[in-house]
Ligand binder design. Structure first.
Ligand SMILES: Cc1cc2nc3c(=O)[nH]c(=O)nc-3n(C[C@H](O)[C@H](O)[C@H](O)COP(=O)(O)OP(=O)(O)OC[C@H]3O[C@@H](n4cnc5c(N)ncnc54)[C@H](O)[C@@H]3O)c2cc1C
Length: 293
């Protein structure tokens, strides 16, 4: 793996903590393939208020045991400041230099009484800076199609600016399939005086049903023509994969031509879809991708 320095363009992979021993084996095998291209870092998601937290720590521990540059996600909702302080100390001891700071979402059924002391991501960023100074490179979330709970677009932009003002170094976006939404978001940020790198989050398309369900929940729009095509393929997984690859490849090309500062791949713990994009975009290290991927 490379050093902790931040190159001009940053290409990274996101993982989620597996639930089972088989899931863990799958993750380890897929990371082994993905690390060949020497990504900037692997990030690991973190669930608010639940058993997934231990699994996130286990995944981070394993990545660090492999000397892989790791960026744990950390969400504040549902946690006390004492708990967050302990986690920050743990990560500092592990030599971690990068964190993705989020509000998170409370699991359904958990009332607002469990919301915790820090209510929004800007408060978490401020807390991390107060506790740890400049130790961490802090990434925050950005929403080119706007956060589903935002009062309106301008309020969401103002809130994004607040996170940056609190000390975020960079942002990773929610995934999107409209390059124009990203360009318009960057323009608005420029006008607001926000100049941190805003790296597009890229979700490969491999399965229509789960993508549609997830997109509805997080407010990411699948363009109608893409939806219609995917629906039309029914159970034909190969056609979904081939069409999805072309759609996302074209998106990534446009974003990079428009000077996107990198790409963050939501891998869903599967190396192949992201590595195929990496290879066809000819990103650094593409020549090391295994034949047949
Ligand atoms: C790259 C990325 C990674 C993610 N990883 C995870 C993960 O690991 N675990 C997880 O649980 N979730 C994750 N999420 C989802 C995220 O937690 C949810 O989208 C959550 O609803 C919002 O988190 P946030 O950090 O963007 O919140 P915030 O920036 O706090 O924004 C949340 C909402 O509140 C509004 N708001 C913000 N600040 C204020 C304020 N001061 N006053 C009033 N309103 C405000 C915003 O406009 C927005 O509508 C991720 C999302 C992205 C894009």
């Amino acid at each position: 793996m490379g050093t902790d320095s931040v190159p001009d363009k940053n290409y990274s992979f996101e993982l989620f903590p597996p639930k089972t021993a088989t899931g863990l084996e799958n993750l380890q095998a897929n990371v082994a393939r993905m690390r060949l291209v020497e990504p900037g870092f692997f990030s690991v998601t973190y669930g608010a208020g639940g058993s997934t937290q231990e699994r996130s720590f286990d995944t981070v521990d394993w990545l660090r045991s492999q000397e892989i540059d790791t960026a744990p996600h950390l969400s504040c909702i549902g946690s006390s400041t004492g708990e967050i302080r302990d986690i920050l100390r743990r990560y500092m001891k592990q030599g971690i230099r990068r964190i993705v700071a989020l509000r998170g979402d409370l699991p359904s059924g958990m009332g607002l009484s469990g919301a915790g002391e820090l209510r929004y991501a800007n408060e978490l960023v401020e807390f991390i800076r107060t506790e740890t100074g400049d130790h961490f490179h802090i990434e925050v979330a950005a929403y080119p199609e706007f956060h589903p709970q935002a009062r309106n677009a301008q309020a969401d932009l103002d809130n994004f600016k607040r996170k940056v003002g609190a000390g975020a170094n960079a942002a990773i976006t929610q995934y999107f399939y409209s390059a124009h939404a990203y360009y318009a978001f960057l323009d608005s940020c420029q006008k607001l005086g926000i100049h941190i790198p805003i790296v597009p989050g890229i979700m490969p398309i491999t399965n229509y049903t789960s993508l549609a369900r997830f997109s509805d929940a997080c407010g990411a729009e699948i363009p109608r023509w893409v939806r219609k095509r995917l629906e039309g393929y029914g159970d034909d997984k190969e056609s979904i994969r081939a069409f999805g690859h072309e759609v996302v490849l074209d998106l990534c090309r446009r974003l990079l031509e428009h000077d996107a500062p990198g790409l963050h791949f939501y891998t869903m713990n599967q190396a192949a879809p992201s590595l195929r994009l990496w290879r066809d975009l000819d990103l650094p290290g593409a020549e090391r991708i295994e034949a047949g991927t």
